[in-house]
Design a protein around this ligand. Structure first.
Ligand code: C5P
Length: 242
């Protein structure tokens, strides 16, 4: 299958903003993408939309020369991960998340070999604290130590990037080095509602802390004017990156 060539210039600053399509249906997602227009070049599809027709919609977006981040946080036996990743790569997605278990990361890197898909590792879910790890059977390591250990394993396996809270970005960067992508959610432009995000930073701060891409959903999805909200964040990123 030949994939469409993307006319968005390489290094387009708009690509630094990944808009989370956290909506329940393809119809809502399509309407939102239409309203955002040229301000949005990169969209994230997570569980909610993926399991409600989101894979076909991902193809539709790619056909419109948008980039797609499939936030599927894969974790299974190696063979299943490898073949699943191979399918995602054929679909033409740009980013895919997997959990940062060495076996899973190794399989994902094998599955995407020879394609442009980039694998992002989720070290420890940000909803987990030390108590949650004890409950899950990881009694001997703190969440912070586990993030560091898994970031190091991701680096050693040549994984393309890490998803982490912006507040963890500097520490993760010191482990993974300059070439690994860091993608951070938990971003709130000054004056917007934090919602359930606890460790938030502004787009300016996110870039300063070393993020390559910022994931933003509600401040754009719920805005009265989603296009204006996206444009404002891209402007802020452009100023911070300058
Ligand atoms: O609405 P908001 O901007 O908080 O959404 C952030 C997006 O990033 C959501 O799609 C959420 O699932 C995702 N995410 C997150 N925290 C993580 C990983 C992913 O908020 N640690």
């Amino acid at each position: 299958m030949s994939l469409p060539t993307n006319p968005i210039p390489a290094g387009d600053i708009r690509d630094k903003l990944i808009i989370g399509l956290d909506v329940a249906s393809v119809e809502e997602a399509r309407a939102l993408v239409g309203r955002i227009g040229e301000a949005g070049t990169f969209y994230k599809i997570g569980y909610q939309l993926a399991y409600a027709g989101g894979f076909d919609f991902a193809r539709e977006l790619i056909g419109q020369c948008k980039k797609v981040f499939l936030d599927l946080k894969l974790h299974d036996i190696g063979n299943t991960v490898e073949e699943g990743v191979r399918s995602v790569a054929k679909l033409g997605a740009t980013f895919l998340t997997v959990h940062a278990y060495p076996q899973t990361m190794r399989a994902a890197m094998a599955g995407k070999a020879g394609t442009d898909l980039k694998i992002l590792a989720v070290t420890v879910l940000t909803s987990y604290d030390d108590n949650d790890l004890v409950e899950a059977g990881y009694a001997s390591i703190s969440a912070a130590e586990l993030v560091a250990r898994r970031a190091g394993q991701a680096r050693d396996l040549g994984v393309d990037g890490i998803v982490c809270a912006a507040t963890e970005a500097e520490r993760v960067r010191s482990i993974v080095g300059p070439d690994c992508l860091i993608v951070t959610p938990g971003i709130r432009p000054a004056g917007t509602d934090a919602g359930d995000q606890k460790r938030i930073v502004t787009p300016t701060e996110g870039i300063r802390l070393g993020a390559n891409h910022l994931v933003v959903a509600r401040p754009i999805v719920k805005a009265a004017d989603p296009r204006a909200a996206a444009e404002a964040i891209v402007r802020e990123i452009a100023q911070s990156a300058a």
